[in-house]
Write a protein that binds this ligand. Sequence first.
Ligand code: FAD
Ligand code: SIN
Length: 522
Amino acid sequence: MLIKTDVLIIGSGAAGLTAALELADKFNVLIISKETLVDSSTWYAQGGIAAVLAKEDTTESHIKDTLIAGDGLCDEKAVRFCIENGKSAIDWLINSGVTFTKNDTTNDFHLTQEGGHSHRRIIHAADATGKEVSDSLATKVLKNKKIRILENHLAVDLIIGEKKCRGAYVFDKKKEEVLSISAGATVLATGGASKVYLYTSNPDGASGDGIALAWRAGCKLSNMEFNQFHPTCLYHPDAKSFLISEALRGEGAKLKNYKGNQFMEAYDSRKELAPRDVVSRSIDAEMKKTGNDNVFLDISHKDSEEIKQAFPTILKKCLEFGFDITKDPIPVVPAAHYTCGGVKTDLNGQTNLKNLYAIGETSCTGLHGANRMASNSLLECIVFAKSSAKSIKLNFDSEIIDLPIWDNSKVIRAGENIVIAHNWDATRRLMWDYVGVVRSNNRLEMAKEKIKLIFEEVENFYKNYEITSDFIELRNLVLVARIIIESAIRRKESRGLHYTIDYPELNEKAMPSNFSKDSTGF
Ligand code: FAD
Ligand code: SIN
């Protein structure tokens, strides 16, 4: 089946929903989302959104903090652009119905602090900011007659014609058939790839689909070796992917080892509020030193009523696992959290392929450099979704053509799913064990050999069998894992989130890694 639309948006997190709302005054917009409209990393965001809102804060200070966290690799133009547009992005969210937490006494917005920020500048909705943003924007989208939504539809590949992006092949999960969607502009808003690691704070959908689609279409990717590990995810065998927000550390929570001793000062003078790469590596080192599987985050010295008011979601979740955070230290470990690299774009989210845009975590705008500072991500989603919408309006290509129909004639239905299930687990464990917080030449070379075999098996399967949604995600996950390994091998230094024992020093000149499939052969 062929569907035609002015603009196709793939993904319905903060980036995709914002772009849709900004485009719908002029175009017919089609959003496809592989699960429901609100199934996204956005929905799970806790801490908040960074912006210069306090009187004593300045744009220059937010820019400086971001550049420091990015460890020499931020694109200063992108940093400035994003931060200068921060306040208007927050105003836009408020006008779109998002309710942020206020101070009880002054009625101003309550601002928290997180690692790397030299001021309180995180606006939030208690400890469930993403839910508030996601639900509010989704409500607005659902009311807009110019926006059509296809939930449970998964983009398989982009369709290219005459060196332009013409739309995408999209798998309808319920009917198990592939549609061709033709569009004047296509926007990748598919989120990150942290599911490539065994332990992650991200929901299941974070399989790097947009990054893989763009790669196969010949787009340039940047900085894929910089995978952010959040220092504090709940450590419990049944607690799948639950994050303990950095805002706890902003409000005074301390990291402790099994003996109950604080240890951050031994690693960094900024202690608990050092940037994430530093805190995660410190925890990793402390766990290796003590031989324990986790450390603890303790906020129990603070007033229990304040804790209950500020962190209701975390309090409730931890109670389900038997920890009362007003009294007990919380067992935590680092887990994969954010993909700093992605599809390389300009300030309008434009990729190097005409009519293809990438926004949000899928993109690499240059804002984060070698390490994203906490709460800059949702800000980037809103700011760049808005600028990409503006650019689409200015440069719209109204030639929306008939597209080829998906050819299923040379494949058969797979009799069993073992190749898929096994390779999902094998890839995620391989990445955790060999390409984690601390890397080495030896481990990366072993990972390169192992992922090549998995990649070949998966591509072979793709040529012979009908696709399923699990398989589409696996194919993307394995490709992205291979790209991360290749990027990590190419970086012969330690910078930001990429730390290797073989090159512990910084190179004098900071160079982003930019490459596409032309230079790798896969
Ligand atoms: P997402 O919100 O991940 O949305 C991606 C969308 O694309 C989803 O709708 C998904 O279903 C869809 N999709 C993916 N692949 C396909 C496909 N092939 N076909 C169709 N649809 C597809 N950042 C902050 O700034 N502040 C925070 O407090 C914060 N807290 C966080 C807490 C947690 C637990 C997590 C996981 C992340 C947090 N982050 C935070 C990071 C931030 O939430 C994400 O970077 C951001 O929400 C990404 O938004 P996005 O719109 O780019 O993608
Ligand atoms: C958190 O609440 O700790 C997550 C913030 C972020 O990832 O930006």
